[in-house]
Design a protein around this ligand. Structure first.
Ligand code: SF4
Length: 389
């Protein structure tokens, strides 16, 4: 049975975190309903929209069963439960659906008992929390809306509502983070026993206020209190050790899970399985094509209202591009790359690519499997650059 993932993007937040490089905005709640209506129309009429936008869905996807849905953002937990119900019901009516995993991204301060119960009624069975840190000093400096106490308030609400699959995100490298405060965050995370954890390193780029400030050598947004790269690498190593000791399996560079709780939806991205994205800025992959909707939420809504799919990027897969993705995404997974399968499917020899990396100690070959070398996970980007040369 061919399966399909669906991603729904909700690009609204209550504030803009200093480190955030996503296309999200702070808007009046009056804009939520028209946005949800546009998303539902895009879902309902996706076939007609795709054919006018030059997107072809492979035949086998027409009969595919939607088994995972991921509602991300932004802060989708800001939407009212009837909005979420509407989105999920529209998916159920527009596709063959048998949901195994329905994830909602949520920020701790947005959780209330009534909402938690309503989410479970809609079919949401996994909540991914933007915890980021258990230190109020770090949360304040990062411009987050929640505080440590909100995390402790929110988790029991979700457990009581019946959510049996919770994921926490933490960020290594926030301003004011120290070895001690990071140890504290890791220990508090494991004590709360989420089924899944994602640990990200602070991204420094032009896309966020903090990133820009760091690149320009300024001191705003507590830029002067950002840990060094070496410290961040050490924090990542601490996470590896702490999560391993607490019984989590490290299955992707940034992701850990208790046995059986790996994110079914996100695995589709890393395994190059098909998913359709709906909403402003949402990305889709059919196996043969990748495309993405326009990021601007207002432009998205007005295009959908006028019956047009607002595609902003569109790429047809070439064999060369697909091979690059296989290598890049395969190395992100701790299970590594099945070299024999790729050589067979793409008619290439990979020995020339991997031998220099193995000699440099960046990857390890074990029979037919190539993985990032232990100790090189925190510098994976450097390995990817070498690999694509
Ligand atoms: S809540 Fe998340 S998406 Fe929204 S601004 Fe903060 S980091 Fe960005």
């Amino acid at each position: 049975m061919k399966t399909l993932g669906i991603y729904v993007q909700v690009p609204f937040c209550q504030t803009k975190c200093t480190y955030c490089n996503f296309h999200t905005g702070v808007v009046s709640t009056a804009r939520f309903a028209p946005y949800v209506e546009a998303v539902c129309r895009e879902i309902r009429e996706h076939k007609a929209f795709y054919s006018t936008a030059g997107v072809t869905l492979p035949k086998e996807l027409g009969a595919a069963v939607v088994d995972t849905v991921y509602i991300g953002g932004g802060t989708p937990s800001l939407l009212e439960p009837p909005h979420l119900q509407n989105i999920l019901d529209t998916i159920r009516k527009s596709f063959a659906a048998d949901f195994a995993e329905v994830t909602l991204e949520a920020d701790p301060e947005t959780i209330e008992a009534e909402k938690g119960n309503a989410w479970v009624q809609t079919g949401i069975n996994r909540v991914s929390f933007g915890v980021q840190s258990f230190s109020d000093k770090e949360l304040v400096a990062a411009g987050r809306m929640h505080r440590r106490a909100d995390i402790y308030r929110a988790v029991p609400i979700l457990r009581e509502a019946g959510i049996r699959n919770i994921s926490f995100d933490l960020i290594a490298g926030l301003p004011h983070q120290t070895r001690e405060s990071w140890r504290q965050s890791l220990d508090e995370l494991t004590a709360l026993k989420p089924e899944h954890a994602s640990i990200y390193l602070l991204e420094v780029d032009e896309g966020s206020r903090l990133g820009k400030e760091l690149l320009q050598g300024g001191g705003r947004y507590s830029a002067g209190a950002v840990p060094s790269e070496d410290e961040m690498a050490e924090f990542y190593e601490m996470a590896l050790e702490t999560l391993r000791a607490a019984g989590y399996r490290h299955y992707e560079i940034s992701n850990w899970a208790k046995p059986g709780f790996e994110s079914k939806h996100n695995l589709k991205y890393w395994r190059r399985e098909a998913y359709l994205g709906f909403g402003a800025g949402a990305h889709s992959f059919s196996g043969a094509q990748r495309w993405a909707n326009v990021h601007d939420a207002a432009a998205y809504v007005s295009a959908v209202q006028s019956g047009r799919l607002p595609v902003e990027q569109h790429e047809k897969m070439t064999a060369e591009r697909a091979l690059e993705e296989e290598l890049f995404l395969g190395l992100r997974q701790l299970d590594g790359i099945d070299v024999a399968r790729i050589e067979r499917e793409y008619g290439v020899s990979l020995a020339g690519r991997f031998e220099p990396l193995a000699s440099a100690g960046l990857v390890k070959r074990d029979g037919n499997v190539v993985r990032l070398a232990p100790g090189r996970l925190s510098v994976s980007n450097e390995v990817f650059v070498e690999l694509m040369k």
